[in-house]
Design a protein. Structure first.
Length: 446
């Protein structure tokens, strides 16, 4: 005998422009014909459309994306889909409910049961239904209120689930990115190290800029800073690959043109398209700390501040092209005299391409950066404090957050030439955005 439930009808509502219509799918099979859906009143402008299904097969056909809520009769006879799981799930009604929850994971579900079966109703909520209704107490206003409550509760549950997933994913990404930041290997060296890193992507720890510093067994200190064009996650991944490759090649004894040529091969094999390139600056400092070899691959020249003299750029003539631009490029290595006491700052173009005013088109540039660093050195800033002040001032001059990645690395040597620190453990890994502590603050060599 057909169930005396309207196949589909709409309850008219008062004029409204802010409350959406709701669609209710009723899954119920009552051979005696004793169950009917009560007349639903128009509540707060909400119109409720009703669809009916007599079994799960029919429900599957009617379960479209516009259905907001499902009213499932727990007394529905078990079908072939649920009969196999009846023993494991308990009563047949719960097996049917479990099946409905599985095929409609984003829909609100109301469980309908007899008045004397409240335990089954409570179990239905525990299994996953948003609420339950008792047959004998069912009326139009109660059903309307239950539908709206179930829909809103389901939306809140879905939003909470998405938020939890997003939070966990962000935490995992943060741990991954933090683990990919370099730990400088400078044991046994009298050089002091500081770094600042600020990715251009919002809520990221890693961008397309990369840097590293290692000391090889012969006492030479090698430092590198680079920039993959772009600052998205793909560029960040490529930057990490290039940094790790640089460290491995450096520890294997490669230097200068041979090292950069090999890095270009790595870039060509790992990049997604031929348009991707990377700039790079490398220095290798002799064990006595007084001389260095400099290679530039399309990258800005480092800044050096020697004792008693103003900071200036190292020579940048005769540099080579960025990695990935020319297949058989060469990168000459230039010898540079550092002196007995000095500070060497390596940086990416994010530090110099910010604007010098919120409404200005002029950029800071290398000359502006040199003047800014000289002023900060005169104020006695050095080490972590100097880098933090530089990045902060560049951001303030720009009138807000910088859109490009920024990486700055600072190596300095005490004027006396004696070892400043004796470490048996690696230097601490710099934390993005961290503030300098007294232990990290260094006295200026000037």
């Amino acid at each position: 005998m057909p169930v005396p439930v309207p196949q589909q009808h709409t309850i008219p509502a008062v004029e409204t422009t802010h409350v959406a219509d709701l669609t209710l799918l009723v899954i119920e099979d009552d051979p005696a014909g004793t169950f009917t859906v009560p007349e639903l009143p128009a509540a707060a402008g909400t119109r409720v459309r009703i669809r009916t299904a007599r079994n799960l097969t029919e429900a599957g056909r009617l379960l479209t994306d516009d259905v907001d809520c499902i009213l499932l009769d727990l007394a529905l006879p078990p079908s072939s889909e649920t009969r196999a799981g009846e023993g494991a799930e308990g009563p047949a009604g719960l097996a049917t409910l479990t099946h409905v929850l599985r095929i409609a994971p984003r829909h609100a579900v109301l469980a309908l049961t007899a008045e004397d079966d409240t335990e089954l109703a409570a179990e239905a909520v525990r299994v996953g239904a948003q609420d339950y209704l008792l047959r004998g107490e069912l009326d139009g206003r109660l059903l309307t209120r239950a539908i709206r409550y179930a829909v809103e509760r389901k939306r809140a549950d879905v939003a909470q689930h998405q938020l939890t997933e997003s939070t966990l994913r962000a935490q995992e990404n943060a741990r991954l990115e933090r683990g990919l930041l370099p730990t400088p290997l400078l044991q046994g060296s009298d050089l002091r190290f500081a770094a600042r890193y600020r990715p251009g992507r919002s809520r990221a720890l890693l961008g397309g800029d990369f840097y590293d510093t290692v000391r090889t067994p012969d006492g030479t200190v090698h430092a590198m800073i680079g920039d993959v064009c772009g600052h998205g996650p793909d560029e960040a991944a490529l930057g990490v690959e290039l940094r790790i490759a640089w460290r491995a090649l450096t520890l294997a004894g490669l230097c200068g043109d041979e090292l950069l040529s090999t890095l270009q091969q790595v870039l060509e094999h790992e990049r997604e398209s031929e348009e991707i390139f990377a700039t790079l600056c490398t220095v290798d400092i002799t064990p006595d700390g007084r001389h260095a070899g400099l290679c530039l691959a399309g990258h800005p020249a480092p800044l050096i501040a020697r004792y008693g003299r103003a900071a200036q750029l190292l020579p940048y003539e005769n540099g080579g092209p960025a990695l990935g631009l020319l297949p058989r490029a060469r990168w000459p290595r230039r010898q540079v005299e550092l002196g007995g006491s000095w500070s060497l700052m390596m940086y990416t173009d994010g530090l110099i391409e910010g604007r010098v005013g919120a409404n200005e088109t002029q950029r800071l540039g290398q000359d502006g950066m040199v003047a800014m660093i000289n002023r900060q050195l005169e104020e006695g800033l050095t080490g972590e404090a100097l880098l933090e002040a530089a990045v902060t001032e560049v951001r303030e001059l720009n009138g807000g957050e910088l859109t490009d990645d920024v990486a700055v690395l600072l190596l300095d040597r005490d004027r006396s030439g004696h070892r400043v620190h004796s470490r048996s453990t690696p230097l601490p890994r710099p934390r993005p955005g961290s503030t300098p502590s007294p232990a990290n603050a260094q006295r200026p060599p000037l």
